[in-house]
Design a protein. Sequence first.
Length: 83
Amino acid sequence: MLKLYGAHWCPHCVKAMAYLNKNNIKFDFVNMDTIDVDTEKKVIEANGGDDWIIPTLEFNGKWISGKKFDVNIFAADLKSLGV
C-alpha cells in the first residue's frame, strides 16, 4: 500500500492527502512527529541523506522524495510509482 510520510501541520501534506482521498487512492499516513528513529532514517535517506522533507511517498519499496505540492507533479510521481 502507498505510504505518505508527513505531518498534519504541513500544508503540502494536507493537499497531498486531499488529492489521494478525492481520487480514492488508499494510503497509510505515517506521522513524522511520532515515528521511530529507524523510520526517520529511511525517510532522510529517501530525501538525499541530509534531512527529511515532506510529503515523502513510498510504494512497494520505491520512494519519491518530499517536495512542495503541485497536482501535476504529484500525479506524475504516483504514476511513476505504479499507483
